[in-house]
Write a protein of this length. Structure first.
Length: 356
């Protein structure tokens, strides 16, 4: 409820702003990759972007929304170097401290992939779920004052162990053994090197969103797939897991994974759109085949994800989408992509259809 209130408030403020044109770029950056994106500010004035090749988070301005950008964009600010690697998911998390339905503080939550290296090695910095408060009043071009210092960030590094335990405890479920052995096979220690888990058979988290009711976080897995379907795993204790308040981060409490048919693809990004009341999904190959597709999903298991067929979606898949975030007021969503092997990444407005 409080997430919807926040986004609807933002929508009212920006209602008079110029409508972005779907299918057009609004920036391209000299940063080579983009793996996650979320809006910043009320109303939104920036996007925060994670690059899975660096331990730094960057801000880019949203206003004015240009129809085309041909030169590298200048960042509006960058974070300090954080103790993370392979960041792949980001979402906005409004914290309702008093439980009155009105968020007192808005955090941005990030997750690393938990994936192994190409040689199958475990990298501790790739197991990180954490929250940062971005101070929009301190955003200055080229500076990092809007972000907390590295020493102030608390990391939850329990994802791999809890996911393995969940799979082991529910071994009879269709996803049980597959999920458990995507972390490590039962005969091995959890951190033992295993090249067989370096690709589509191994655990790889690439999507992160707040649930529709705002009470949970949801982890979208690129891999493994189960019966050709993608897994979406709830984190049911987000406040405790992120260490918000006075306690240190507690082990993540995971719910039963949901299995979604994304046409044989895994999650690259997922985000709840409170205005349209659907999840926006960027899906991609679990391996390196380079197939991408957009979907919307109601959040109800009785409903299948629906492919997005708008012209801008057809343009959006060409930038190899890795992150999507809704923009309040019924406007197109922001999509960022790696742009294959180019020396820059791109951001594009994409219309996911549905009501405005």
């Amino acid at each position: 409820m409080f997430l919807r209130s926040l986004l609807l408030l933002s929508a009212a403020v920006v209602a008079g702003a110029a409508e972005p044109v779907p299918g057009t770029l609004f920036y391209q950056s000299s940063w080579p990759e983009a793996s996650a994106v979320a809006v910043v500010g009320t109303p939104p004035r920036w996007v925060v972007v994670a690059d899975n090749e660096t331990p730094v988070i960057a801000l880019y301005p949203l206003e004015p929304p240009a129809t085309k950008s041909t030169s590298p964009a200048r960042t509006a600010g960058t974070s300090p170097v954080y103790a993370v690697d392979d960041l792949e998911g980001c979402t906005v998390f409004p914290w309702d401290i008093n439980g009155d339905g009105k968020p007192e503080k808005v955090y941005h939550v990030f997750t690393a992939s938990c994936a192994r290296t190409k040689k199958g090695k475990v990298v501790p910095d790739r197991e990180a779920l954490f929250a940062v408060f971005i101070d929009e009043n301190s955003i200055e071009p080229g500076k990092g004052g809007a972000f907390p210092a590295s020493a102030e960030v608390e990391y939850n590094r329990t994802l791999r162990g809890q996911i393995r335990a969940l799979g082991s405890e529910r071994a009879s479920a269709p996803w049980g053994k597959i999920l458990s052995e995507s972390v490590s096979v039962s005969a091995q220690k959890m951190d033992a090197q295993d090249a067989g888990l370096a690709g589509e058979n191994g655990l790889n988290i690439e999507g992160l969103t707040v649930s529709a009711d705002g009470r949970s976080l949801m982890l979208g897995l690129r891999s493994p797939l189960v019966e050709g379907k993608a897994l979406l795993i709830p984190v049911n204790n987000p406040v405790a897991a992120l260490g918000l308040g006075e306690s240190a981060p507690q082990p993540v409490a995971l719910g039963e994974p949901l299995m979604l048919d994304l046409g044989g693809l895994g999650f690259r990004s997922i985000e709840w759109d409170a205005g349209k009341k659907v999840y926006l999904i960027a899906a991609g190959s679990a391996d390196d085949a380079g197939v991408f597709r957009f979907y919307t999903w109601s959040g109800e298991m009785k409903d299948a994800p629906v492919p997005v067929t708008t012209p801008s979606a057809a343009a959006g898949v060409k930038i190899r989408p890795e992150g999507v975030t809704p923009f309040p007021g019924g406007k197109p969503a922001v999509v960022v992509g790696d742009n294959a092997n180019a020396s820059f990444h791109k951001a594009m407005w994409v219309d996911f259809g549905g009501k405005k």
